[in-house]
Design a protein around this ligand. Sequence first.
Ligand code: ASP
Length: 347
Amino acid sequence: MKNKRTSILIIYTGGTIGMIKNKEGVLLPFNFDNLLNFIPLIDEFDADIESVSFEKPIDSSNFNPGLWAKLVNIIGDNYEKFDGFVILTGSDTMAFTASALSFMFENLKKPIILTGSQLPIGLLRTDGRENIIAALELAALQKNNEPLIQEVCIYFENNLYRGNRTHKYNTENFDAFISPNYPILAKAGTNIEVFEDKIIKSKLDFLITHTNLCNEIAVVKFFPGIQVKTISAVFQTPDLKAVILETYGSGNAPTDTDIINVIKDNIKKGIIVLNLSQCQAGNVQQGKYATSLKLKEIGVISGKDMTTEAGITKMMYLLGQNLPNKKIEKLLGLSLRGELSDEESKY
Ligand code: ASP
C-alpha cells in the first residue's frame, strides 16, 4: 500500500519573519501571501502544505492567553486533517507561546513546531527561509506511519528544542534560543539527525485541549536592595492567585524577616508561591543554603529546573483548571510535559 502524502498546516501569527520596514524605518508585520512568495521552492516540498494566517499579524510582544487559545482552537479544529503543524511567530515571546501550548495540549501525538527569524524573509541574508523549510521537514517526518516528533517544539538556527525548555537569550544572533536544562531533540546539518530517545511519546491517543488559562499571577524578581513595600504591593494585587519568585542561584532570597513574613502571610491567605531561579541552568534546591530554607519552611514551592517561561505558563494552566491549591502545588513540582527534570532530589 502506498503511503499517503504527509500534510502540514502552517499558521502565521506575525513576527519579524514577515515584517517590512515602514517609511520611518520601523519594522511592522505584513501579509502572509507575500511571505510565502519569498520561498519559491516551497512548491517542490514533498508534502501537502496549507496555510492560515491571523487576520491581523502581530508582533509577538502582543501575544496573550486569548491568542494562545486561538492557536489551540485552530490546531484542534484541524488536528485530524493534518500530520503536523508549523507556527510562524515572533521570537520575542516564542518561548512563552511554546511553553503555554505544551500545557494546553494533552496527549499530543503530532508535531507543533514554532519558528520565526531574526531577519525578515524579504532580506537577502534572512535566516527565515532555512528556519521555515527545516521546520516543515521536521514536522513531516514519519516513522511506522506516525509522526516522529510528537511534542511542541521550537526550531531555530539548526536546532530543534523542546518548547517548554527554551529561553530567548540573544537579540541578535541567528541562534537566539537556548535550552539550558534539556538536550536538543534534533539537529539540522547536511542531514537531519533526530534524537528519538529525547522525544516525548504520549501513550494515550485522544487529544485534550485546554483553553482556560488564569493570568491572575505576578513575578517578583529579587535584586539586592529590593524593598518590602514593593514585594508587599505586588501581593496586594486584587484577585491575585499566585506569585513566582525569581530568586538567586539555587533558589536563595534575602532572609529579612519582613520580607519572609509578607510571603508567609500571603501563603497562609491562599496565594501559591513558586520559586524559580534567575540562573538559566541548574536547579532550585530549597534548603541547600540557609537563604532558601526559610522559603521551604513557609510553604514556597520549588520550581526545580523549569524556565520562567514554563513556570509562568504552567501556573496559568493549572490555575485555569480550578483545582484545589494542594493539588496545584503538587503538580507544579511534577513533570507534566517534560518541562522539568523530576528525578528524586533531597531538596
Ligand atoms: N519583535 C519581533 C516579534 O517577536 C521579534 C521577532 O520576531 O524575532 O514579533
